[in-house]
Design a protein around this ligand. Structure first.
Ligand SMILES: Cc1cc2nc3c(=O)[nH]c(=O)nc-3n(C[C@H](O)[C@H](O)[C@H](O)COP(=O)(O)O)c2cc1C
Length: 397
């Protein structure tokens, strides 16, 4: 017989070689004869002896079902039975028992050997001990279950935090015959850091704030609380927007975690003389939309992020503008400018301001609603990627 190169070996030598080869395997390798009563084992390798604790002498001549026991499930045994009956290959996992009674998980694969007429004369079985693998799988399943429960708990907590966060938004906007306020707040699923506030500081004098705290999640929620409370206390004490932002920065600085900050735009509107005083602090500019005008009026002032730098390093200034009846004042967070269309082109300031001018005749609440729809149609999506927040007012008289 010729195997490999030119070497000639006898059939006996070849048989020995094959047996030696099967003995190198860690797996059990077995052969059952199908043409003998009860299909007995006619060959087992040393791997099988190591795996089961049974010796060749113990098992040759017996059907391999002796490895099954009390806890062996019926389903895989049934699958083996069916495959053997039909002369088919199959792989099952089933509980077997070693000679000393120890249970082990056996991944058993059986393959028919057929003669030239297609009749199954023998079956080859390969047995692997997968007990450890099954244990690991079980541990993994248990860990995944724990993880799912943990995730559920976290989602519940986040949901609670989101509900609480809504409390810092004004439930009702002030109303007067001289001014009409409106707002849109579309929080994303995750907790975001946007919020706004409108407070009546004095008769006919209103403080209007929009703020965006860095990050998302619980930390952002806590920072919005902190910022909102600090602002609310301070805003009632002065008509100066710059003083309020300066004092808010002082309160927050040192208390904010490193790398966290707030951008804000705060304006004080006196409806008695229609003056608007405002301070921009790292936040997008505000707009006054004057019906009939060709351009929006951009409201900008000097000022840095809030909460990130000590008072010596910041300088918040305030600017003033005289408003007219019909003017609309708009504050927003950057979500409106950070929208991409289907081709990846970002909404730019010109798109936004042209839209505002084209719709300057609309009442404030319709304008805000339309801006929202404009943003969504620009992106072609149903929701925004980030919190989407706007607050503004219209001068009625
Ligand atoms: C080659 C071969 C190896 C087998 N090895 C195992 C084994 O390791 N463990 C086991 O539980 N059954 C093994 N079986 C399955 C049983 O021998 C038998 O086919 C099964 O229990 C279903 O038949 P039964 O209803 O006659 O018991 C093997 C079958 C063949 C053909």
């Amino acid at each position: 017989m010729r195997i490999g190169s030119d070497e000639i070996v006898s059939f006996k030598e070849f048989e020995d070689l094959l047996i030696k080869a099967t003995n190198t395997a860690n797996e059990g390798i077995t052969i059952s004869a199908m043409d003998q009563p009860d299909r007995p084992l006619v060959f087992v390798n040393e791997g099988f002896e190591r795996l089961t604790g049974y010796s060749k002498e113990d098992v040759l001549g017996k059907n391999c079902r002796f490895l099954q026991g009390k806890e062996t499930e019926n389903e895989p045994v049934e699958a083996l039975r069916k495959s053997v009956k039909k002369g088919q290959q199959t792989t099952v996992e089933l509980l077997n028992y070693k000679k000393d009674g120890t249970a082990f998980w056996n991944r058993l694969s059986i393959t028919p050997l057929k003669d030239k007429n297609g009749l199954t004369t023998h079956y080859v079985g390969v047995q692997s001990d997968i007990t450890e693998l099954r244990e690991t799988q079980k541990d993994l399943q248990a860990a995944n279950k724990d993880l799912a429960l943990f995730q559920e708990k976290i989602n519940f907590e986040l949901d609670q935090a989101r509900r609480v966060q809504n409390f810092i938004l004004p439930s009702l906007l002030p109303q007067s015959s001289k001014i009409r306020f409106s707002s849109v707040f579309e929080p994303m699923d995750q907790i975001g850091g946007d919020f706004y506030d409108v407070i009546e500081i004095d008769k006919g004098v209103y403080g209007i704030l929009i703020a965006d705290v860095t990050g998302h999640g619980i930390q952002a929620a806590l920072l919005t609380f902190m910022t909102s409370f600090a602002f609310k206390n301070l805003a009632l004490q002065t008509f100066s927007s710059a003083k309020v932002v300066t004092a808010t920065n002082e309160k927050l600085y040192n208390k904010m975690p490193r790398g966290s900050f707030v951008t804000m735009f705060y304006a004080v509107y006196d409806s008695n003389d229609k003056t608007l005083t405002y301070t921009q602090a790292g936040h997008p500019e505000g707009f006054v939309i004057r019906p009939g005008a060709k351009e929006v009026i951009a409201l900008k002032s000097e000022g840095q992020l809030v909460g990130a730098f000590s008072s010596e390093l910041v300088n918040y200034s305030e600017s003033r503008i005289q408003l007219e009846v019909g003017d609309k004042f708009l504050l927003y967070t950057d979500a409106i400018l950070e929208i991409w269309d289907s081709e990846g082109v970002m909404m730019n300031r010109d798109n936004f301001t042209s839209f505002l001018i084209a719709n300057s005749h609309l009442p404030i609440q319709d304008l805000l609603e339309k801006i929202k729809l404009f943003g969504l149609s620009y992106s072609g999506k149903k929701t925004f990627n980030d919190d989407f927040t706007m607050v503004g007012f219209e001068v009625l008289a």
